[in-house]
Design a protein around this ligand. Structure first.
Ligand SMILES: [Zn+2]
Length: 94
């Protein structure tokens, strides 16, 4: 899957269409000290979460997300593109 490095889209901060720089978004590292993360790990402990004969779940394809940076106000906002794909998102130069 390919995408141009610069696109014309609507900016929610300027409230009009402007040129945006495209960058592939990756989820950051999870903090193990965060309250919600601790709560989640607590659920996986002990005998209760162990299920015998669990069916293996195949990984589903995901919607790729890009981070757009406005050329006018320099603010960032995310955008999810298209349908679910297993292909890696590439940025092509125009
Ligand atoms: Zn803007």
């Amino acid at each position: 899957m390919k995408m141009p490095e610069e696109i014309m889209v609507y900016c929610p901060f300027c409230k009009k269409r402007s040129k945006h720089k495209v960058k592939v978004y990756k989820k950051g590292k999870t903090r193990s000290v965060a309250r919600g993360q601790k709560r989640h790990e607590e659920k996986g402990r002990g005998y209760t979460s162990k299920i015998a004969g669990k069916v293996t779940v195949y990984k589903q394809a995901k919607n790729p997300t890009v981070m757009l940076t406005c050329s006018v106000c320099k603010k960032k906002h995310p955008k999810t593109i298209g349908t679910r794909t297993k292909k890696v998102l590439e940025l092509k130069k125009v």
